[in-house]
Write a protein that binds this ligand. Structure first.
Ligand code: PGA
Length: 252
């Protein structure tokens, strides 16, 4: 049985006080959500305060990125994975399409970040997904398998336990255009097959694959009904505690 993960990606929204306000509003709303792991990803500046204020709750905290560099050093603007762990966060989102598109992140960067995250004891939520042009050109599976294999290169079987994959078709992010549950399921099943070929069937069976792209309270249940969809990475609808809690509590 794979435990679902519902993760909220706050992107570059919210000051420290706004982050704390949302996190504290969320806490009672998801306090009984034992059926899934609940994760929120505030901006770096809010990370420590949010971790402190959520201590002892069932909400886990993620960073939205980390450095490719494992050790501290002269890397202006970077934040190392061990520093993220140090403030109490447990997860990190890596290779989000916005980072790939606007900050020129390649699969090689993603791979180094995944390795750094795992070495520091974080759980890596690695994002993959094709653009609309790529889908229309019939390349969606090639792109996704390339990102998957490139991003996870060199990992040991032990590392795989701390990997979560998020399939986020770029054309569905922030557009209000969700993949249908069937489209998402098809890609999730494909990702699991690639993972099984690359690693092992046991690791593939245990891998949690989240869907992301315009997930809302009214479409989460249909997505979660699919056999290979193990949760969601939620952007816009995670910014308000109430809508995110509705997504977390989709079974209720
Ligand atoms: P969205 O974003 O839910 O606003 O489409 C998802 C994401 O980018 O992770």
């Amino acid at each position: 049985m794979r435990k679902p993960v519902i993760a909220g990606n706050w992107k570059m929204y919210k000051t420290v006080s706004e982050s704390v306000e949302t996190a504290l509003a969320l806490k009672p709303l998801v306090a009984n959500a034992n059926h899934c792991d609940v994760v929120i990803a505030p901006v770096f500046t809010s990370l420590k305060t949010v971790c402190d204020r959520l201590e002892g709750s069932n909400i886990k905290v993620a960073a939205q990125d980390c450095s490719t560099e494992v050790k501290e050093g002269a890397h202006t603007g970077e934040v190392a994975a061990f520093m993220i762990r140090d403030v109490g966060a447990s997860h990190v989102i890596i290779g989000h399409s916005e980072r790939r598109q606007y900050y020129a992140e390649t699969d090689a960067h993603v791979n180094k970040k995944v390795q750094a995250a795992l070495q520091s004891g974080l759980i890596a939520i690695m994002c993959v997904g094709e653009t609309l042009e790529q889908r229309e050109a019939g390349l969606a599976q090639d792109i996704v398998s390339g990102q998957l294999i490139g991003g996870l290169a060199g990992l040991t079987p032990v590392d795989l336990d701390r990997i979560i994959v998020a399939y986020e078709p770029v054309w569905a992010i922030g557009t209000g255009r969700t993949a249908t549950p069937e489209q998402a399921q098809e890609m999730h099943a494909f990702i699991r097959r690639v993972f099984a070929d690359r690693h092992s069937q046991a690791a593939a069976n245990a891998l949690r694959i989240l869907y992301g792209g315009s997930v809302k309270p009214d479409n989460i249940a249909g997505l979660m009904a699919q056999g290979d969809i193990d949760g969601a990475l939620v952007g816009g609808a995670s910014l308000q505690a109430e809508s995110f809690a509705q997504i977390v509590n989709y079974r209720a």
